[in-house]
Write a protein that binds this ligand. Sequence first.
Ligand SMILES: [Zn+2]
Length: 193
Amino acid sequence: MMNEQNILDMYEDAGALLNGHFILSSGRHSARYLQSALVLMSMDNAGQLAQALIEKINPNDFDMVVAPAIGGLVVGQEVARQLKKPFIFTERKEGVMQMRRGFSIPQGTKILVVEDVITTGGSVCECMAVIREHGGIPTSVVAVVDRAPNSKGRFDVPHATAISLNVETFAADACPLCAEGTPAVKLGSRGAA
Ligand SMILES: [Zn+2]
């Protein structure tokens, strides 16, 4: 069983605990970032992370797993694989979260939403809105990393995370790293094609 320190070590070993000046997918800036994609290059890691998330949820609470692309794709699929549940994803097109690729949700299906890193929770909220528009019922949210640990009640369904990373983030127009003139690296998938 993985505890929080084991998971952080996994990120460190994968060179996925980045220090610098980053623009998160939420648009906020930060000096620290966890690049889950580097951890998830290893199928072993993916399996263990998904296992850690599954330990925090009740598999009887849902019949389908949905993730917002791109961040939630790999870990969402792995959670679904281990639980033998169907997996689909939502994605942004021209900035708007939507369900594409012929996916559909049977009316009233209970759904677990999986994300890798939550900062503001925006992608998850948009994903849940899309699920509801299509007749699904989000019952819980689970994420690998929560960058804002004081987030109780942020979603209108229960949520759990494997690790909390309490690192300050800044609005783009109030970022001390920008004020120092350090170039920022854009991360995350929002606005990506
Ligand atoms: Zn900045």
